[in-house]
Every structure is written in structure tokens, then in C-alpha cells.
Design a protein around this ligand. Sequence first.
Ligand code: FAD
Length: 407
Amino acid sequence: PSNRFDVVVLGAGAAGMMCAIEAGKRGRSVLVVDHASAPGEKIRISGGGRCNFTNLNTQPANFLSQNPSFCISALRRYRARDFVALVDAHGIAYHEKAAGQLFCDGSATQIIQLLTGEMRRHKVELRLDTAVSGVERSGDGFAVALRRSQRRREGEAAPEAAEIASGGSLVVATGGKSIPKMGATGFGYQLAQQFGLAVVEPRPALVPLTLDPPSLERLRPAVGVAVEAAARLGRTQFEDGMLFTHRGLSGPAILQISSYWREGDDLTLSLAPGVDILAELKAARAANGRQAPQTALAALLPKRLAQLITEAVPGPVRLADWPDAQLRRLEAAVNRWTLKPAGSEGYRTAEVTLGGVDSRGLDSRTMAATGVAGLYFIGEVVDVTGWLGGYNFQWAWSSGWCAGQAV
Ligand code: FAD
């Protein structure tokens, strides 16, 4: 087979496959390479195996970036409903879970099949088990050194020597650093730097937060307890599920706020958001003053949390003997609980990577590097990071689609 292509795409993830399909539709010859043995591995495990493939309410405000307006153009050019139309055309059934979040009824592999099917239809060549060992400028385009990457199965031929593929355009869609076990690398950032682009410091995001040993010890009785909570940092707040784990705090509310949290920041939690705890406790005191405060709290919170909180705010045995001022302390412990996470669980469990290729070096309409003709960055490798809820895939589709129109 020829090794000359109009377009070489690095990474057969959500963004790379979308870009390849669109370039193929335009008659470009396209090669997609990936060092993994299967395309779209993150799609496969996403959304608990059902892939939250977009969010109908996608807005630029749902993304974090050093350059917040960068994502506007791509999100407008290829919208959530455009991807939904593609899903419909493939007869894939889906449902809306929380507001705007669309999941497959069946399995995330249907989305992978959609993408690989479209790639075949548009004559895109996909080479798996293929690592990129280097990239160089060559004439008007790029020379990409490829190597077989995976362990060979029994009886398979020895790895070929490195071969060179050339592409008029090079699209970097190698994703972020999250889940290294699944093949995530920092390769895209290295390439960006090689070609003189700046990289905004990557860090794990949408990730559980950890607590220091004394806090873990104190909260041990709560391990496994889930509540609807609000997690707040400055003016940013997310209300959603929260889970106490043996390492710290997890659940969607925590994952969301983790993208905004920095080492040393205090987090404020409300364990019963929207509930007027003081009024509820006063009413309980009036109705039955002989009950213990934890009994009254247990009507508003999971029992084990009610227990923990009343232990942290000691007082008389009977609720009747609690003055208002002391009830206010209980209220604060429930709805204005301030704590300092020790860290995060890191890339091992982070759903995405914050930071990445600085979008100030990219064209927001095409994803092209402004200083290097023919070079593109799309998807998670770019410094655009979505909230939890299907936004990250929408960014992959939108940015991939835009590059696919331009290569
Ligand atoms: P990726 O999908 O990561 O693809 C990058 C590809 O590049 C990979 O196939 C990788 O093998 C390949 N690659 C990397 N380095 C090299 C190299 N040096 N040479 C060759 N190939 C290379 N987002 C949502 O919107 N909804 C969800 O439901 C959701 N659930 C998630 C669940 C989990 C557990 C995780 C980890 C993430 C989830 N995300 C979800 C986030 C979403 O998966 C990513 O944002 C998205 O996959 C990014 O797409 P991408 O194409 O940019 O990168």
C-alpha cells in the first residue's frame, strides 16, 4: 500500500475518527494511526459503557480553557443536534438521562461502530497497533515515522522496521493523559512543543478528591454513603450526587468541582442543599423535644452522616435543650461544611485532562496551528475541557468536524 496520504491523523479516538470521516467525505486520502489494538477505547468505557455521547444544552460556558471564547466557533459549526442526526441515521437508540445528557440505550460500542463504519464508507485507512515514533516537516507536508506497537500474538511476524508515512496535513488527536492504562500519552503535547506551540500545564480533571489521613479516619463511618450535595468553590457550584469513599470524596458533584479546584483550596459542601436545616430542627424541637438531635437530623440526611455531624457538634442529649445558636452550628455543619482536600486521585482515574495545547496558537474555525501550515490539533489534547455530562465528546466531534473541513 502507498504511504502517501493527503491527511495523516494521529489517534483513533472520538476526535480523530470524526475528522477522518469528514476529510474522507471531501475526497481526501486519509490514514488514521493508533498505538492501541482497537479504535475508540475511551468511547467504549465511557458513560458506564453507554457513552454519554453529547449534551443537548452544550454552551461555551460548560468548558474550561485559558481562552474561553476559543470553543465558540467550532461548537456553533457542528452542534449537538448534528451529532444526534448522525446517531439517528445509524438507527442507534438513546435516551436523555439528566437534562440534555444523551446516552445509548444499548452500548457505547454502537458509537464506535458508527464511526468505523463511516470511516470505511469514506475509504479512510485505519492502522492499529501502530506507534508514532517521530514527526518531521517534509516539503509542504509531514513525514511520520511508524512502528508496530503491540506485543505480537503467537506466530505473528516480527515487527517491521519503522516505516514512513507522509501526509500533506497532520492532525494530532492523541487525547489527554487520563487513564494511562488505556494508552494515554503526553505525545500530543510533545509534538506541539516540537512545532513551537505553547502548552497550558496539563492536570487531571473530573477526578475524585482525596483527604488527609485524620479526615479519612474521622469520616470512616460514612464510607459508601451517597447524598445529593452541592460542592462550592468561590462562585462555582455544582449540585449532584456525592459519595464518601475510603480515599476521600467522589461522585458527579465532586468530579465537576475538581476541574476548578487547586491544591490548597477549601471546598464548601452542602449535604442537604436547599433544605432550611435550622427551620427543620426548630420544628422538630417543637414537635418532639425529647428526641436526640441525630434523630431529627436523620430525617433530613442519611443516618450515618447525621451521626457523624452530631458527634462533631456536641451538645445536650435532648433536642429540647439545644438553644437556637447551637442549632445554627448544626446547620452550618450540614450546609456550609468547609474542608481542604489533600489532592486528587490523579490521571489514573481522571476522566479528562485540563490544559493542553494553548488554543491561542490555533485557528478557532479550523483548529489549524497558526504558525505551521498543515498542522492541526483537535479533541482533548487542546486546552478545552468540558464539564461532566457529554460535553467532552461534543468538543471532540465539533473540533474534529472543523478540522475535517479544512485539511
Ligand atoms: P481519545 O478518545 O483519548 O483518543 C486518543 C487516541 O489517541 C487513543 O485512541 C490513543 O490510543 C491514541 N494515542 C495516544 N497517544 C498516541 C501515540 N503516541 N501514538 C498513537 N496513538 C496514540 N466524555 C463524555 O463526553 N461523555 C462520557 O460519557 C465520558 N465518559 C468517560 C468515561 C471515562 C472512564 C473516561 C476516562 C473519559 C470519559 N469521557 C467522557 C471523556 C472522553 O472520553 C474524552 O474527552 C474523549 O475521548 C476525548 O477524545 P479524543 O479523541 O480527543 O481523545
